[in-house]
Structures are given as structure tokens and as C-alpha cells.
Ligand binder design. Structure first.
Ligand code: AMP
Length: 435
């Protein structure tokens, strides 16, 4: 009977999907570990939600662009489901249905893979990873400031430098549109265009939706405002939107949030851009995106969404951030930042011939039980080849298990860095390797 090989086209990963080889998996897990450490430091509790959710839940407020890119299918039970394109909808569902009576605020952390049928390119994948933090139950500026501060700490903790966090407040633009009687879904379409920096088209559309000449002028002047100096930007925006009181309230809110951010140098990393919007429809307050100079795509983004949880009939203001772990990994590579190499000893146990395989196996087990990272040579290579294999792998110690030494209850312990070796009693191995 002939063997049927898999067709070459099926040997590749599906377009937009990636394998993480050990070095990349290590980097991704390092970022994840940093994310988890930060969650502990800021006292966020981890929750795990399913990758598959009802389509209706995920589609509700995600915005047209992302809605079109969802992986949607019918499961065998005939339900219309989708792979999650973000965490926030799941978190909102979880909080509104299972944590309504939990003491406020609720601080939640989640990490995992997400799915969007984006056009694959550098930093844009169909399966990608996010670390996600949500602070639910408080509408006060200190909650927004905490999320911003966490974002800055995250980026510094993985070793990134010169990052910039672009901020704006959805209430400024929405306040103007509301005063002009532009409907929410019309506003959403304008925001999608602004998100893509298609400002001329956004203005044209606003005009079509009935925006006044004064409104268009206000928008144009807002699009020109940007900078690092909070006070001067706030003054400029304030001047531009003076005829729109709702927008002024939002500006004051933004100003209060930023005033809280004094600690460290995060404030120097903030950049205010009055024409900046985000495509996700649920944002109601501050919005932000993080960038590094080496990449022109955001490494993270977030904002306040006070109405989303309302979809479940529960009123709960919330603010959150999603950090794109794949893009952070790319940014680290671009900046030459590597996860710290572990200094831990790694041991290769080498039986010199078949007669000592069982002993070598036993010693490997004993080492692992003493918490020492150990692998056994299982290719039956010669001693010389085993040693060069150990060097190639960056092994710190080898244990050479020979028949003569074993008869005396001993083995040879070789330090691969100094190339010195000593005879050691088997029971003394853990101590010798640790010191
Ligand atoms: P969003 O949920 O759109 O606010 O995205 C938050 C973060 O997730 C972005 O800033 C990116 O870092 C990351 N992200 C979004 N879409 C993708 C994608 N297709 N591939 C990789 N990372 C992504």
C-alpha cells in the first residue's frame, strides 16, 4: 500500500497564521510574563474567557471595519458564533452576568489570542495576541490615569524606549457632532474615517450629515492641533470648541486625567492629537494608542467605554487597554531589546556507553526532582559529540556517566564554560551544580 503524502499547499500554515519557533515563543511568553507581573503589581485579577462567543455579542459595538473581519461560522448545533476579535466584549459579558454584585471597582486582566481577517503584513496577523486590562465601575479620572500609567509601565517593563502614547477624548468630537444633531451611527462612520486619518472624507461626510459651516471650521481647526505640551494643547482645543459646551466638559475631563500623571517620565511620552479617533464604537471618553518610533502601527490602544456594559442592562462605567503582544515583540526586535537570558544551570547527562544508560536516566530524574533543568543525551552519541552538542545548545554543565566512576558511586561533572571537570559523588550533584 502506497503512502499518500499531504499536498504541498496544505503543509503551510493557513494564510495569516504563524508558527512560533522556540525563540519567538520564548519572547512572546516573556511579554506575557511581564504582562502578568504587572497585573499582579496593579492588583488586577486574571479571568479566562472563551475564544468562541456568540456572533451578536462580538458584533454589537466593534465597529464596521472589525465586524467585516470577524471569523464567523455556524457550529454543529446551528449557532452563529465567531472567534473573538477582542477581549472587551467578553469581559463586558462576564462582568454584567457574573460579577454584577462584586465590589467596585473590578480590575480584570486577560491574555490570549484574537482573530481578525486583516490583510497580513508586518505587524498585522489574522491570529494575534493581546494583554488586556480593564478597570470597571469607576468613571473618575484616576481610573483612566491608572490605565495610562499601566500602559507606560508595561512598555518600559519589556524594555522599550522612546514610546509615545497618543491621546484624545472621544467626548470632544462626539460632543460637537451631538450638538449638530448628527446621529450616533453617522458619528461612528465619521470616526472610522478619522481612525484611518481620512480627514477630508470625514469632513465631507459630516457635511452630508448636516454639519454646519461653524462645525466644519471647528473640526478643521481641531485637526491642526497636536503636541506634547498639555497646557498649550488644552488651551488651543478650548479655544477651538468654545461654542460646544459638551466638548468643553470632555476636555476638562482629559485635562484632569493628565494632571494625575506626574510620576516617572510618562507625561513626557504623551502626545495630544485633537483629530485622533478610534474605530471601536464603544469609546465614550479618553482614547489612546501607543507607538514606538521604529513602527508605524500601534503597539497598544485603549480608552473609556461607559456604555458598553449597558448593553446587558447594567450600568457600569469602564476603562481599559489592550497591548498587542506580537507588535511589542516586533518593536523589541527593532530596538534590539532581548528578553533577559536566564542564568539558571542547564545540565546534559551523558552516558558514555550503553552500560550506563539506566544510571544516566536515574541521575537525570534525580536532578529534576532537585529543581535542576536536566536533559539526557538520547541519541547515543559519542562523548566528544555529546560535548559539542552541549556547547551548541548553551548547556552550562555536563555529567559524564562512565562505568568505572559509577562503580564508586560517582560521575564526572564538567563546567562547560570553564571547561574544568571534577569527580563528584552522585548524591552531591545537586549541591555542586547549584553552587
Ligand atoms: P484594538 O483592539 O484594535 O484596539 O487593538 C489593540 C492592539 O492590538 C493594537 O494596538 C495592536 O497592537 C494589536 N492588534 C490589533 N490588530 C492586530 C493584528 N491584526 N495583528 C497584530 N496585532 C494587532
Amino acid at each position: 500500500m502506497g503512502l499518500t503524502y499531504l499536498r504541498p499547499s496544505f503543509r503551510q500554515t493557513v494564510r495569516g497564521m504563524r508558527d512560533f519557533l522556540p525563540e519567538d515563543a520564548w519572547k512572546l511568553r516573556f511579554i506575557e510574563e511581564t504582562a502578568r507581573r504587572l497585573a499582579r503589581l496593579y492588583d488586577y485579577d486574571e479571568v479566562i474567557t472563551p475564544v468562541i462567543e456568540h456572533y451578536e455579542l462580538l458584533a454589537a459595538k466593534i465597529g464596521e471595519e472589525n465586524r467585516k473581519r470577524m471569523y464567523v461560522f455556524e457550529d454543529l448545533g446551528g449557532r452563529k458564533v465567531a472567534l473573538r476579535p477582542e477581549f472587551t466584549a467578553s469581559i463586558a459579558r462576564l462582568v454584567a452576568t457574573k460579577m454584577v454584585s462584586a465590589p467596585k471597582p473590578i480590575r480584570l486582566f486577560s491574555v490570549g489570542s484574537l482573530y481578525r481577517y486583516d490583510e497580513p503584513q508586518l505587524g498585522r496577523y489574522r491570529e494575534f495576541w493581546q494583554a488586556n486590562y480593564e478597570l470597571i465601575g469607576s468613571s473618575n479620572p484616576e481610573a483612566d490615569a491608572e490605565i495610562l500609567s499601566l500602559t507606560g509601565d508595561f512598555l518600559s517593563s519589556v524594555g522599550l524606549k522612546n514610546f509615545m502614547i497618543k491621546v484624545n477624548h472621544m467626548g470632544i468630537l462626539r460632543g460637537i457632532f451631538e450638538s449638530e444633531g448628527i446621529l450616533e451611527n453617522e458619528q461612528n462612520t465619521i470616526m472610522q474615517l478619522l481612525d484611518k486619518k481620512e480627514r477630508d472624507r470625514a469632513l465631507k461626510l459630516a457635511e452630508e450629515y448636516g454639519a454646519s459651516g461653524k462645525c466644519l471650521e471647528t473640526l478643521k481647526s481641531l485637526f491642526e492641533i497636536g503636541g506634547n505640551d498639555k497646557n498649550s494643547v488644552v488651551n488651543e482645543i478650548s479655544e477651538a470648541v468654545k461654542d460646544y459646551p459638551v466638548a468643553i466638559n470632555s476636555l476638562n475631563n482629559l485635562s484632569k486625567i493628565i494632571d494625575l500623571i506626574e510620576y516617572g517620565d510618562l507625561r513626557a511620552n504623551l502626545y495630544f492629537e485633537a483629530g485622533f479617533a478610534r474605530g471601536l464604537e464603544y469609546y465614550t471618553g479618553i482614547i489612546f494608542e501607543a507607538y514606538v518610533p521604529e513602527l508605524n502601527i500601534a503597539v497598544g490602544g485603549g480608552g473609556r467605554y461607559d456604555k458598553l456594559i449597558n448593553l446587558f442592562g447594567v450600568e457600569m462605567p469602564a476603562v481599559g487597554v489592550a497591548l498587542g503582544m506580537d507588535r511589542i515583540m516586533l518593536a523589541m526586535e527593532k530596538q534590539g531589546v532581548n528578553p533577559p537570558k536566564s542564568e539558571t544551570a542547564r545540565v546534559l547527562v551523558i552516558p558514555v556507553n550503553e552500560s550506563t544508560i539506566a544510571e544516566a536516566f536515574k541521575i537525570s530524574t534525580m536532578l529534576r526532582r532537585s529543581n535542576i533543568i536536566a536533559r539526557m543525551e538520547t541519541m547515543r552519541r559519542s562523548l566528544a559529540r555529546s560535548l559539542s552538542d552541549a556547547s551548541r545548545r548553551g548547556i552550562t554543565h555536563t555529567i559524564i556517566v562512565g562505568p568505572k566512576e559509577i562503580r564508586e558511586g560517582k560521575v564526572v561533572l564538567r563546567d562547560m564554560r570553564s571547561k574544568s571537570q571534577i569527580e563528584v559523588k552522585i548524591e552531591d550533584l545537586p549541591n555542586k551544580i547549584k553552587t
